[in-house]
Each structure stands twice: as C-alpha cells, then as structure tokens.
Design a protein around this ligand. Structure first.
Ligand SMILES: Nc1ncnc2c1ncn2[C@@H]1O[C@H](COP(=O)(O)OP(=O)(O)OP(=O)(O)O)[C@@H](O)[C@H]1O
Length: 288
C-alpha cells in the first residue's frame, strides 16, 4: 500500500515545547486518527506538515511530492480543516465560497451545491450566525468541493454534539468509499475513532508513541481484572496502568499469554482506544 503522506524527522521548537524528530506515514485508503493529550503536539504537527508553522528540520512528502518544493500543487489537492476562524464573519457562506473557490483548480460549484443541500446549509446565511456544528459542516463543504485527495483536519469534532459528530463520521466514511483517498484527523474524542479509523497514531510530549492499525492494536491489548493476591513484583511487569480497589485490581496488558500463565484465574475484557491511550499517556504504572 502506498503512503499518501510521509513525515520524516520532523522537528519544531517552541520555547517550552519540542516536536522531537517525529516520523510517521499515512497509508492511502485509510482514515488515520491522531490522538494525544492536551499539549501533546497534535496541532503543531499538523501546522508543520502544512507549512503554517516553520519547521526546524525534517521532510514531508505528500502524494509522493516534497512538500517544500511543491506546496501549491499539494495544497490544491488537499482539504484542510483547522480552527474555523479563517472565515470572515461578516460574509455569507456564498460570498466566502466565492473567495475560496478560485484557489482550487478542480473546484466544482455543482458539488458545492450538492453538499450545501445535503448538510442543510443556506448559502445566504451569514457566517457570524452559524453554530459551531454548522461552521464545521461548511468547512467540510469547502474541503469536499474540489476533489481533495487527502483531508487533514485538526480536531474537527471538538465542541460538536453527538448527532453532528455522527453526521461528520458518516461523511468521512462516504468520502472514503471512492478509493485512492486519505483522511488524517486529530481528536480527543477517542470514541469517534472506534467507528471510522483504520490506523491510529499516538503522540505524547512531542514524540510518537505508536503508529498501528486500529484492529491490531485492539487485538493486542486486554483489560485484566483479578484479586490483588495474584500480584507480585515479577508479574506486575506484564501490566500497565494498574488500579487497585476494594474489589481487586484492574490493569491493561499487551502480554496476554504471559498474564494467563503468571496470573491464573484473572478475567480478560476488551480494551477501548481510550484505555490504551490512557495507559500510555496517563503515567506508567508499576514495572513500565
Ligand atoms: N505559537 C506557539 N508559541 C509557543 N508555544 C506554542 C505555540 N504553539 C504551540 N505551542 C506549545 O506547544 C505545545 C503543543 O501544543 P499543540 O497545540 O501542538 O498541542 P495539541 O496536542 O494540539 O493540544 P490540544 O489538544 O490542547 O489542542 C504546547 O505546550 C503549546 O503551548
């Protein structure tokens, strides 16, 4: 499978934060979720990829092209959703569209109208009067009306109610149906990823913790529950994020076979993406 985007050795320094020579890739045909705690470096990564923040070093390839040398051509083929504040509040959506459209060689007014109708947006409505959900949908309309091959979105679902979030996820699944495309979006809301993501990238403190297929990741981890009497210094090394209560212990493991052997009688439950993320970023427990 080809990579639609490759980041190699990306470094961006702020006075109190460093994006620490990170490397990752986005496979074509996949929705990649970019997760991490507040301040982990998600927005900085996305801004650096898009040349909205000046990177100190590293290379970015998008559609196989060097992003520094082919910025215009690449941006023509990208759909970007950052903070909605780049819209002019005083304009109607139709006027805003007229400003954005000429920037794209493959802009389609037909598709624009289809999406506006589909999302129930009135082109004449002023941007200042749109709700957060409507603004996100309008940003999506603009991103989808020029045959973008890769959508890059920074927390597109934050602040949206569950209904609009579901609509967003359906739009993303629909967009991916045609093949040859990719989606990269950051989020805090890990439940958004359960349905839609194929690949997950976790960033913490400016470093990539893992990049893995969601199904593999969920197969690798289990929640382990059992009596505290089963724990000893040796087998505690097999688990992360150990929590002890009056009912027993609960922890996460990626060493299922070893835990079965070393802690006979424990119960295994499926882990969620949130469980896995918290085990990595929420402080490592005994042993690891
Ligand atoms: N323009 C800037 N100048 C100085 N520091 C910055 C700047 N932009 C970001 N930072 C710092 O870089 C760190 C990472 O911020 P970033 O916005 O990339 O995190 P994030 O993972 O997107 O967080 P959140 O989920 O809260 O949006 C933070 O400590 C932030 O203060």
């Amino acid at each position: 499978m080809d990579n639609i985007l490759e980041a190699n050795g990306l470094v961006k320094r702020y006075p109190t934060f460093t994006l620490d020579s990170i490397s990752f890739s986005l496979p074509e045909g996949c929705v990649t979720g970019f997760i991490g705690a507040n301040g982990a470096g998600k927005t900085t990564t996305i801004r650096s990829i898009l040349n909205l923040a000046h990177k100190e070093s590293g290379t970015i390839k998008i559609f196989g092209l060097d992003a520094d040398k082919h910025e215009r051509e690449i941006k023509d083929r990208l759909g970007i959703i950052m903070d909605g504040s780049y819209f002019y509040d005083g304009l109607s959506m139709e006027d805003m569209k007229s400003i954005v459209a000429p920037a794209y060689s493959k802009w389609s007014d037909v598709e624009y109208r289809i999406y506006m109708e589909k999302f129930d947006l009135d082109p004449k409505q002023k941007i200042s009067t749109l709700s957060g959900g409507m603004k996100m949908k309008f940003a999506l309309v603009l991103a989808l009306s020029h045959q973008a091959e890769l959508l890059i979105m920074d927390e597109p679902t934050s602040g949206l109610d569950p209904l609009v979030r579901r609509q967003f996820l359906e739009i993303i699944m629909d967009y991916m149906k045609n093949g040859g495309k990719g989606v990269f979006f950051s989020t805090h809301i890990t439940s958004d990823l359960d349905k839609v993501a194929d690949v997950l990238i976790l960033i913490d403190g400016g470093k990539i913790v893992f990049q893995q297929s969601k199904d593999e990741l969920l197969d690798t981890f289990r929640i382990v529950k059992g009596s505290v009497a089963l724990l000893n210094d040796r087998n505690k090394r097999l688990i992360r994020n150990l929590k002890i209560s009056t009912y027993g212990f609960s922890a996460l493991t990626d060493r299922i076979a070893d835990v079965k052997k070393e802690m006979p009688g424990v119960l295994f439950e499926k882990a969620s993406i949130e469980d896995i993320m918290l085990a990595y970023v929420g402080g490592k427990s005994d042993g690891r």
